[in-house]
Ligand binder design. Structure first.
Ligand code: SF4
Length: 247
């Protein structure tokens, strides 16, 4: 086996079991006191979870709340959505934007009716075979609807895990993404998977936010490699760069 192949196969470094336990306990304890009460957390219907996850892509929770109820009243099942005309589905989506999303949701509904009797499958491989369901959405459906021990990694979760367990390097590189997926997978508990993944998202949305994270009230501060987080300086404006280059 070549050196290169060995390097490629080396498993990603993940937190040791005691550190994982500390992290889960701190996060779950915080979530039980501070977690948000959201309508898609009161269901384990895979279709409802799918709708919420697709609506929440690039969109604030506040904007999704009203539309989520309206959507499920109009299309209460994958069958109902599959039977609706496409232009009506796009109109119903307004004003959430990114109009590829209702089209994808509609296509997923039609495929689930055609191939799976109007239900969403629970296994990762089949979920990933749907156009519009990526690794994050598959993990969300499996953990929230089917309570499987499945990892998630969206922007908020990646930020939290990077700051707590890595702390330096390029958080956006492909290699880092792989590493953060491995960390997320190692952390998912056997029990309380639903709460754990929701808690990760809430912490990223409410405490470990992109700018000005609230480190002083963070439940993970004691084990966070970035504590207290000091945001990197903003990149210089083009005019400043030109000025400096002339010196
Ligand atoms: S201590 Fe600060 S940087 Fe670390 S996880 Fe908490 S909020 Fe984020």
């Amino acid at each position: 086996m070549s050196k290169q192949t060995r390097a490629r196969r080396r498993p990603e470094p993940v937190p040791a079991p005691p550190e994982r336990r500390r992290f889960r306990t701190a996060l779950l304890t915080w979530y039980r006191r501070h977690g948000r009460d959201l309508p898609w957390r009161r269901t384990d219907d895979p279709y409802h979870i799918l709708v919420s996850e697709i609506m929440l892509q690039q969109t604030q929770v506040d904007r999704v709340l009203t539309k989520y109820d309206e959507w499920l009243t109009k299309y209460p099942s994958l069958h109902a959505l599959a039977a609706a005309p496409e232009d009506e589905v796009t109109r119903t989506w307004y004003p959430l934007g990114y109009n590829i999303r209702p089209k994808r949701l509609h296509a997923i509904a039609r495929e689930s009716v055609a191939r799976y009797g109007g239900s969403l499958p629970s296994d990762e491989e089949t979920l990933l075979s749907f156009k519009g369901i990526g690794a994050y959405t598959a993990g969300a459906i499996r953990s929230f609807a089917f309570r499987q021990r499945a990892a998630i990694l969206d922007t908020n979760v990646a930020r939290v895990l990077f700051r707590v367990f890595v702390g330096s390097g390029d958080p956006k590189s492909h290699a880092m993404k792989q590493r953060l997926w491995a960390i997320s997978a190692a952390l998912v508990p056997v029990r309380h998977v639903f709460d754990f993944n929701q808690a990760l998202m809430d912490l990223g949305a409410m405490v470990c936010v992109a700018r000005k994270p609230r480190c002083l009230v963070c439940p993970l501060a004691r084990q966070c490699r970035s504590f207290p987080f000091d945001p990197p300086p903003a990149p210089p404006k083009p005019a400043q760069v030109r000025k400096r280059a002339r010196r």
